[in-house]
Design a binder for this molecule. Structure first.
Ligand SMILES: *Cc1c(COP(=O)(O)O)cnc(C)c1O
Length: 382
């Protein structure tokens, strides 16, 4: 029991058996026609699923490399960038951009809230920005940004590329480049795709590819679109060794998305599950960091009731066979972060909420046995 720990952090998320099997397969040469066909299928599927009219990249590396890749291929030293930050991962763009010698302006929200659209619009009018970045879901706050509304507004600023960090949202919260006017979107395999960590996916539309062209030679090497483009167009071509087994694992995860009924069904599943988990946490006496109206479907940040010690609480969860993530920055010790994205089902959540109930009971803080699980099931069976 102690060996088996339910992974309820916001990534890596649980990896189901059929995906694990792909990770353990005997290796194939990256030039083997069988693998080339699989790799091509993955790129083509992703391209179509997210409404990309430009190029789709699948590269070994994590979400952070994708952040760097997006900036590297759309800016040059001295450019103005606007960072919309709803927390820790929004802030991560600051250092990435500063190291590249960009002029950085940041709009920061109070944690748990979003920046109003009018404020973003007013800032964009101040000067010409080469790019603007927005994290769709900031994992430090579990706040979701209104990426569609921002995208519609961005039509008035055609010189500014709209970059969306989908690391904690893609394949769980609705995203589509064409429909949302997003120029660059990226994610990692270990979050809502439910694959082991190690691959990034990045979508760049035609406008973003045009910007890349205008930049000429860029200082970055490994994350230069142009280094990868020949491989993405014909996966038989070598630039750097593809992560063969991870690509198979991603292929299986895409197959599972299709089997589930496609992305739309998957978005709805995440929404209903998140609402239910959030009701359960409230019923148990937690408060939620993210305000109503901007709560993510992929994770929830639950603030402890008075008298529950963070370390002791998470230790109690661990003893019961589950691991969650601690709060970040000033919320360290005040909340825990519960992931509920990817290939998880109702049974996983019932177990997780049951464990949280038992841990709360140890502190004498559980209002009533079953109150969390009950609230969850009530909402789920509506
Ligand atoms: C996890 C995460 C990242 C960083 O991804 P890594 O794979 O850990 O490098 C970036 N942005 C968001 C929103 C994330 O949740």
């Amino acid at each position: 029991m102690v060996d088996r720990r339910l992974v309820k952090i916001p990534g890596p998320t649980p990896v189901v058996d059929s995906i694990r099997v792909e990770m353990g397969r005997e290796i194939q040469a990256f030039g083997d026609p069988r693998f080339v066909k699989d790799f091509k299928e993955v790129i083509d599927d992703l391209h179509e699923m997210f409404g990309c009219d430009g190029k789709t990249f699948v590269v070994a590396g994590t979400g952070t490399l994708a952040m760097e890749m997006a900036i590297a291929n759309s800016t040059k030293k001295g450019d103005n960038v606007l960072i919309i930050s709803h927390g820790f991962f929004g802030d991560r763009f600051i250092e990435i951009c500063e190291r590249k010698g960009l002029n950085v302006d940041v709009l920061k929200s109070e944690w748990g809230k979003t920046i109003p659209l009018s404020e973003i619009e007013a800032k964009l009018k101040e000067k010409q920005y080469a790019v603007m970045t927005v994290s769709h879901v900031d994992t430090s706050t579990s706040v979701v940004a209104d990426v569609a509304a921002i995208g519609a507004m961005m039509k008035n600023f055609p010189e500014t590329l709209y970059i969306v960090d989908g690391v904690c949202s893609s394949a769980a919260q609705y995203e589509n480049l064409a429909e949302m006017n997003i120029d660059i979107l990226f994610t990692g395999t270990q979050k809502a795709f439910g694959v082991c960590p190690g691959l990034l996916m990045l979508w760049a539309n035609q406008k973003a590819m045009k910007r890349r062209e205008e930049l000429g030679t860029i200082p970055e090497y490994y994350c230069d679109y142009y280094k990868w483009l020949p491989t993405m167009e014909d996966p038989a071509k070598y630039f750097a060794t593809p992560a063969v087994n991870l690509i198979w694992a991603l292929q299986e995860s895409i197959r599972l998305i299709k089997e589930e009924g496609g992305l739309k069904v998957r978005y709805e599943r995440h929404l209903k599950n998140a609402k239910s988990v959030q009701k359960a946490l409230l019923a148990m006496g937690f408060t939620l960091l993210a305000e109503e109206g901007c709560r993510a479907v992929t994770l929830t940040n639950a603030i402890y009731p008075e008298g529950v010690d963070d370390l002791e609480f998470r230790k109690a969860l661990m003893a019961e066979g589950m691991i969650v993530a601690p709060g970040l920055a000033s919320y360290m010790g005040k909340l825990f972060r519960l992931g509920h994205m990817g290939n998880v089902d109702i049974n996983d959540e019932v177990v997780a909420l049951g464990i949280i109930e038992r841990a709360l009971a140890k502190f004498g803080k559980l209002p009533k046995p079953g109150c969390g699980v009950g609230a969850y099931l009530e909402e789920m069976t509506k």
